[in-house]
Design a protein around this ligand. Structure first.
Ligand code: HEM
Length: 510
């Protein structure tokens, strides 16, 4: 009986005292300030995950732009100002450019054989270079122009039908269908609905929604190495394994189909064709598991991000009718009576681009980016940042930093008119696509999709709230991608009198 108690007591003693004492002795400088936590669990019990980025932003007002948390045994740093984001993603980018090896991410990325979740190593450098060159280059993105235009015009037609039947439009659903169709056609050459027996493409949506949940699930082993058995006990590992198996079957089906199809009949290579051709050149360095890992990045990285951006931009426009009218005037004047906005028109839409930038400032779709990890110890602002610190850059807070933005809580697209702030993340007060080595490689594809979708929505319809709705909320969903929590439901009306060239207020003309 006594020996039965000795082992747990030693483990407890180790966790309670020896680890903190060793850490204390090895420290030459203090950690950044942060809220006091409890032994063993640290600050885990305090986190409000219903809106984590907002909670961390509020906490950072008390503890500063470099804030320490301890999540179980994981030392964590939360960065909440443009100045400190620059320290992480530019000045010390090489220190902070790796990703943590978390249980869900590791499994779903085929043991880190993708780009987004892979640690910083030679493989990642090679793959990122190859993908940037062959999948995400301007030439490649332009080659998929007809796919984007067809899908956006198709969405407009669907909404026209709903409008003619006086139905309320669920723009959250429409945006997801649009971006999934685009990404699947660009990625695999087919719409998601082609991969199941049902017409609505449910299989892929189900897989992707399960993917988001399982990826961000809490795994005990990531925070308490000795308690990993709890993940088996509560079913988390079984759920992870099941999803992995389902996704693997899906990717395999896509790959087999590409291997078996007659390439001569193909008008254009999709991303899987390109990857399979590259696989021949890179032999052992690019296995089927690598191809599947990259497919996961394309699906998960490209779909929800763009859809969510369209929805937030429309939400903010509806809440700000002057901006809505201004954006609508711009697009209708620029395009005239052509009937639709195509990609050639996008360069003329300066205000629309400013609207998208402002929406991404206030509602960045990855408000905590993708977490990073320090590869070595480092000193920031006189604080010790130990090796293997988990790093969250809180873009939600950076976009609201009063040192960078006047009236930060207001939606004012005008602030981006004539401004040099670029998508590439060179200006650290505006980094919704991240920055540095790990910045988003798909930003051109994502931004073009969003611009084309939003401009056509504004060009083709006058928008309003459904009867009985007074205002729209701006609650965010939980999880890595911050969607609008409650679907955006609007009424779309095809304008009957449009005097494009006049400066008349469009709604007055109705
Ligand atoms: C509006 C659309 C999009 C937004 C707002 C967005 C945003 C982001 C952000 C914030 C990151 C993390 C950057 C960091 O950690 O510093 C990221 C990474 C990434 N994104 Fe995007 N993204 C979008 C569209 C896309 C698209 C269309 C694709 C591909 C089809 C894509 C693929 C990726 C990949 C592979 C990474 C990981 C990069 C790495 O770790 O090296 N994204 N994105």
């Amino acid at each position: 009986m006594v020996s039965f108690l000795i082992i747990p007591s030693i483990v407890l003693l180790f966790l309670l005292f020896i680890i903190p004492i060793r850490r204390f002795l090895s420290k030459t400088r203090p950690l950044p300030p942060g809220p006091p936590g409890l032994p063993i669990i640290g600050n885990l019990h305090q986190l409000d995950t219903s809106d984590l980025s907002d909670y961390l932003w509020r906490l950072s007002k008390r503890y500063g732009p470099l804030m320490s948390l301890r999540l179980g045994h994981v030392q964590t740093l939360v960065v909440s100002s443009a100045e400190m984001a620059k320290e992480i993603m530019k000045t010390n980018d090489l220190v902070f450019c790796t990703r943590p090896a978390l249980t869900g991410q590791k499994k779903l990325s085929y043991d880190n054989k993708d780009i987004a979740l892979s640690p910083y190593n030679e493989y990642w450098r090679q793959m990122r270079k190859i993908c940037t060159l062959h999948l995400f280059s301007m030439k490649q993105v332009n080659s998929f122009r007809s796919v984007r235009e067809e899908e956006v015009f198709d969405m407009i037609d669907r909404i026209k039908t709903q409008s003619s039947m006086k139905q309320v439009v669920n723009l959250s659903d429409d945006a997801m269908v649009l971006t999934s169709n685009i990404i699947c056609r660009v990625g695999f050459g087919k719409r998601p609905s082609a991969y199941n027996n049902r017409k609505d493409g449910t299989r892929m949506f189900e897989l992707m929604s399960e993917f988001q949940e399982v990826l961000t699930n809490f795994y005990y082993r990531d925070h308490f190495p000795l308690m990993g058995w709890l993940d088996e006990l509560n079913g988390s590992i079984a759920r992870l394994e099941k999803l992995f198996k389902d996704l693997d079957e899906f990717y395999q089906e896509v790959i087999d189909e590409h291997l078996n199809q007659n390439q001569q009949n193909k008008i254009q290579d999709d991303m899987v064709d390109i990857l399979l051709k590259l696989k021949q050149d890179y032999a052992n360095d690019l296995t089927f598991d690598h191809v599947k890992g990259i497919l996961m990045d394309i699906l998960s990285g490209g779909t929800e991000t763009s859809a969510s951006t369209v929805v937030w931009a429309m939400t903010l426009l509806i809440k700000n009718p002057d901006s809505l009218n201004k954006a609508q005037q711009e697009v209708r004047n620029a395009v005239g009576k052509k009937g639709k906005v195509d990609e050639e028109d996008l360069d003329k839409l300066e205000y629309l681009k400013a609207v998208i930038k402002e929406a991404l400032r206030l509602y960045p779709v990855l408000p905590l980016l993708i977490p990073r990890e320090s590869r070595e110890r480092c000193v920031l602002e006189g604080y010790e940042i130990p090796k293997k610190t988990l790093v969250y850059v809180n873009v939600w807070a950076v976009g609201r930093d009063p040192k960078c933005w006047e009236r930060p809580e207001e939606f004012e697209p005008e602030r981006f008119m004539g401004s040099s702030v670029e998508y590439k993340g060179a200006d650290f007060e505006w980094i919704p696509f991240g920055s540095g080595r790990r910045g988003c490689p798909g930003l051109l594809l994502g931004a073009t999709t969003v611009e084309l979708a939003l401009s056509n929505l504004l060009y083709s319809f006058d928008w309003g709230l459904p009867e009985g709705t007074k205002d729209i909320d701006t609650l965010k969903s939980e999880g890595t991608v911050a969607h609008k929590k409650i679907a955006l439901q609007l009424v779309a009306k095809v304008p009957d009198i449009i005097d494009y060239k006049s400066s008349r207020h469009l709604n007055e003309a109705m």
